[in-house]
Design a protein around this ligand. Sequence first.
Ligand code: BMA
Length: 340
Amino acid sequence: MSKLKILGFEPVENMPWQDRPSGAKGPIWRYENNPIINRNPVEGVARIFNSAVVPYQGGFVGVFRGEQTNGIPAIYLGESKDGFNWDISKEKIKFVDQDGNSFMPEYAYDPRLVKVEDNYYVIWCQEFYGASIGIAKTTDFKTFIRIENPFIPFNRNAVLFPRKINGNYMMLSRPSDSGHTPFGDIFLSQSPDMEFWGRHRHVMSPSGEWWQSLKIGGGAAPIETSEGWLLFYHGVTGTCNGFVYSVGAAILDIDNPSIVKYRTGDFMLTPETWYEERGFVPNVCFPCATICDGKTGRIALYYGAADSYVALAFTTVDEVVDFIKANNSLSEDDKAIGIK
Ligand code: BMA
């Protein structure tokens, strides 16, 4: 039994899990058979990475970023009985508009997947006269209905909270520019209806720790815990050889999630294995989803590795929260409500 509670998550009987190997350092340990999805996973798709999964009907479903062999990213559906072995569809997800007509994004990448009330929402980055956020809902993983794009360009890394807070849906995002943006803070936006987004608040900025000094972006959907919202995010540093993406985590106030209560000063996962250091874009650990078992407090973290693979790591709510608190590094801005 964990001392902290994961709230709002049912027990996951077939939780993907591996115990901490002896000698593993840090609060998160990698799955020993990583990567779980290799190159050329299905015909027409060269690489799958930065992808998100949820428990569904006793198994798991996921939305996968597939880099097509023409180099353009699209979103593919995947299914799994155990969370480790994935059956990826050869067809892209067919998005439709509210009237049921085909409404495909020109490109779509870095999908997240969150259940809110009766719908599962897929959120991704897409062309909208510049890169911004696309969003669609489904109840059955067969029909995916796009709803209004929440933000104007440029924006990336949108992550939805799994429930309304103070009567509003809440979404994190990372306003950016048109390229490989060399800056970026996490902001919070609120909506009464999933269509009109406002009451924007600043959540947190890059910090003095070098691994997260250039830009940061939301990773997995926030997890409700008895300590606050647990957010896994990515932090980026710039080197003479390009960006390096590591994984960090923060705890946001449960009622006012633009207020950061704790934030780790040390990274929790940084590129060090062959599949993280070597690939289409080397040195990338890009968290996009978790599966949480409300009964045991176990957390499985799905992350993209080197823009080439999907990898899996594990922790528990107790270990991760203890680590964040023990390595807490907050600025005055982080602690503020985030409005000027
Ligand atoms: C970001 C996004 C991610 C990618 C990362 C590293 O800007 O494009 O999809 O994983 O760069 O290349």
